[in-house]
Write a protein that binds this ligand. Structure first.
Ligand SMILES: [Zn+2]
Length: 294
């Protein structure tokens, strides 16, 4: 009799424990801390040419003094430049970024980037991405080619030095798809009207592969970042850029990008073009970057 009672009590106890366990599983006392997905706002600046000649200043050409003023402003506002690698580490592994992070980019890799921007970035302890066009790099790597800081592009030698310094990271700006779309030509990497999708994608793949090969050959690295020439985008380019394993695509859409841990690669970043007509304050206020200290 005692034994039967004991068995019954054990069953009741077991049933109770089972119910309690289920309840706990459904409503745990210590909920598994759902790690919140980290998100960051990342302003990206887009520079092109720098010139000391006042007559050349314009939408894509600023003075060395303007560039230095921008760097001073960022420093005073407490911003830190971040590398593309650091951005990718954040997206892929959740590694932290400074709360006031900004990315600097230079399209076209003019010789002026080497002459003016490189020493200033070093001086201010900042970094940037440089996006050369292969065909121009080849042209100005030729020792017989006349070169002047007002118009020339960097050659492989300068690019190598800039990358080795750790100040710059490499982006592809195509080998030879940097046309402005005028006179019936292609605009950047955009598919032309009436162009067959397969031949377009093959042409893009061939161009970008050639650029990557040249970079491997001259710089010992293949770019993982791609800057759209003229910001020209088309949906047919997406599978090719993905196949080329680019991880960051730099657009010309003027917006602060929101990046999150776990975002699918490639991520697309908007960029603000630095035109001469703005003063430093006005340029940065477009991105919500302010400081009272200037
Ligand atoms: Zn360009």
């Amino acid at each position: 009799m005692k034994r039967v009672l004991c068995k019954k009590m054990t069953s009741v106890l077991l049933a109770f424990l089972l119910v309690a366990a289920c309840t706990l599983l459904e409503h745990p006392v210590f909920p598994a801390s759902a790690t919140p997905k980290q998100t960051m706002q990342l302003p990206v600046l887009m520079y092109h040419h720098i010139s000391e000649s006042a007559s050349r200043l314009g939408d894509y050409v600023i003075s060395p003094a303007q560039f230095e003023s921008d760097l001073k402003f960022l420093k005073k506002a407490g911003y830190q430049t971040v590398s593309a690698q650091a951005v990718l580490q954040f997206v892929k592994n959740g590694e932290s970024l400074p709360s006031k992070a900004v990315m600097i980019t230079f399209d076209d890799a003019f010789l002026s980037t080497y002459v003016y921007a490189f020493p200033l970035l070093k001086q201010y302890g900042m970094c940037a991405v440089i996006a050369p066009v292969g065909v121009y790099t080849e042209q100005f790597s030729d020792p017989n080619e006349p070169r002047h800081v007002n118009y020339a592009n960097t050659g492989w030698e300068e690019l190598r030095e800039m990358l080795q310094s750790g100040v710059f990271e490499l982006a592809s700006h195509t080998y030879n798809m940097h046309g402005d779309g005028k006179n019936g030509g292609r605009k950047g990497i955009q598919k032309m009207a009436g162009e067959d999708v397969t031949s377009y994608q093959q042409a893009l793949y061939d161009d970008l592969s050639h650029m990557n090969q040249l970079c491997e050959e001259h710089l010992d690295t293949a770019p993982r970042i791609f800057a759209y020439p003229f910001g020209a985008i088309c949906k047919e380019s997406a599978p090719v850029l993905k196949e080329m394993t680019f991880e960051i695509l730099l657009s010309c859409e003027e917006k602060v990008s929101s990046i999150s841990q776990g975002d699918t690669l490639p991520i697309v970043l908007g960029r603000f073009n630095r035109a001469h007509r703005y003063d430093t304050h006005t340029f940065f206020s477009k991105m919500g970057i302010e400081t009272d200290e200037l």
